[in-house]
Design a protein around this ligand. Structure first.
Ligand SMILES: Cc1cc2nc3c(=O)[nH]c(=O)nc-3n(C[C@H](O)[C@H](O)[C@H](O)COP(=O)(O)O)c2cc1C
Ligand SMILES: [Fe+2]
Ligand SMILES: [Fe+2]
Length: 393
């Protein structure tokens, strides 16, 4: 392709990223129903030019062409690295080779990561720290350390003259659609899904970063995935709630069932919770998108897990789901474990062990041999009512 769309998102600030329309998996784990974008930005001052982040492997040539559309790559002075993960940094070497005068700008932690991943010559690196800035002539780039969002070296870049925040993955959303937030009707759910997948385990660091942002005037948020926010308040308010771990009167129910026995326990639980006025989100892990589970974990107050025993342990898909739930550190307070077995059992015990680090209050556990009898279902209903009371209380 000869010519690309390179939108000017503010005066002399250009989006030069790439859209990966057909990508369907991220981190070899997370489904991407809408693809994703790797946003990178070129900021042209009166004297100096800076590039903020780069693109995923495979998009180098397109990236180079876009930069050259706006400003010759050989004139580039700074390449800001907010994050060392390859979706934003893999093209650093490529760019530094084509831009002989450019230096890589990142924090001390960023330098360490850049050494590990991108093998950058020392003389091409400039280290910055919290509050440092670069004067581009009429435009300033100020750096804020924002560690563990979601790697140790993450930082934010702020452009005070245009009041634009470049927070890299923070405030991101996986979708290739749209340039600005106003174009995407369901952007907040997509951002929530992204938060659940990527940022939720680092909620406390996220809250700290948000606190620092309070002192800034922000008119635009330009993240590294998904649309640019012209209305930053909406996503900032959502992040305030999500990082605080505020939950809704909602139970996330995830399960697997081969022959329907665990499924019957699960459905009894679901109907009981619904009768008690609890919102329910139900996912059969054999057929569900795990990204939806991550999204619902962001503000679910309870997690119900159902799994049959397979070879003395959990069904492998339930094991996968439970491991992911544990790793994502959701703010849920209550748990219920349900399962069916044929002879020796073992799944429910294993599920309890896997979820133990979350410190959920386990309101009840029901294991049945084969199909549930009337007594078993009554017990599930009782646990469901007790769970509902606790959730509402
Ligand atoms: C492949 C396979 C392996 C199983 N392994 C065990 C096992 O190790 N221990 C056990 O108690 N039951 C085992 N079972 C029996 C199931 O746990 C039992 O049929 C259970 O009721 C299935 O629940 P479901 O209807 O929710 O799938 C196994 C069943 C299958 C199909
Ligand atoms: Fe990342
Ligand atoms: Fe990313």
């Amino acid at each position: 392709m000869e010519s690309y769309n390179v939108p000017e998102i503010a005066g002399n600030v250009f989006w030069v990223g790439a859209k990966d329309w057909n990508r369907r998996l991220f981190d070899a784990l997370i489904p991407l129903p809408e693809g994703t974008s790797y946003n990178a930005y070129l900021v042209k001052g009166e004297e100096k030019t800076a590039l903020i982040d780069t693109v995923n492997p495979g998009f180098e040539k397109e990236f180079e062409t876009k930069i050259n559309t706006v400003s010759g790559l050989e004139k580039l002075d700074y390449l800001i690295m907010n994050h060392a993960e390859p979706d934003h940094s893999s093209a650093i070497r490529y760019i530094l080779e084509k831009a002989p005068n450019a230096v890589l700008v990142t924090t001390e932690r960023g330098v360490k990561m850049a050494r590990i991943y991108h093998d950058i010559p020392e003389e091409r690196i400039r280290t910055v720290a919290e509050g440092d800035s670069l004067d581009l002539g009429g435009k300033t780039l100020r750096f804020m350390e924002a560690p563990w969002l979601h790697w140790p070296e993450t930082m934010f870049t702020y452009l005070p003259e245009d009041k634009i925040l470049f927070p890299c993955d923070f405030f991101g959303a996986h979708t290739a659609q749209g340039t600005f937030d106003e174009e995407i009707e369901d952007l907040i759910p997509l951002a929530k899904r992204y938060f659940g997948e990527i940022m939720m385990p680092f909620r406390k660091m996220g809250a700290k970063a948000l606190d620092k942002l309070k002192d800034l005037e922000i008119e635009m948020i330009a993240p590294s995935h998904g649309p640019i926010y012209k209305n930053p308040k909406r996503i900032m308010d959502a992040y305030a709630k999500w990082t605080a771990g505020e939950t809704e009167n909602k139970a996330l129910v995830v399960y697997v069932s081969m022959w329907g026995s665990t499924g019957e326990l699960v459905r009894t639980m679901v109907e009981t919770l619904l009768k008690e006025g609890i919102e329910v989100r139900l996912y059969d892990l054999a057929v569900s998108d795990i990204g939806n589970v991550a999204q619902e974990l962001v503000d679910s107050r309870a997690v119900v897990l159902g799994t049959p025993t397979v070879l003395a342990g959990m069904h492998p898909l339930a094991l996968h789901g439970a491991s992911l739930i544990k790793a994502l550190k959701p703010p849920a307070k209550y748990g219920v474990l349900l399962g069916s077995y044929g002879w020796g059992g073992g799944a429910v015990k294993q599920a309890g062990e896997i979820l133990a680090p979350l410190n959920l209050e386990v309101v009840g556990t029901v294991q049945v041999k084969g199909r549930a009898g009337a007594e078993d279902l009554k017990k599930v209903e009782e646990i469901g009512r007790e769970l509902a009371q606790k959730m509402k209380g």
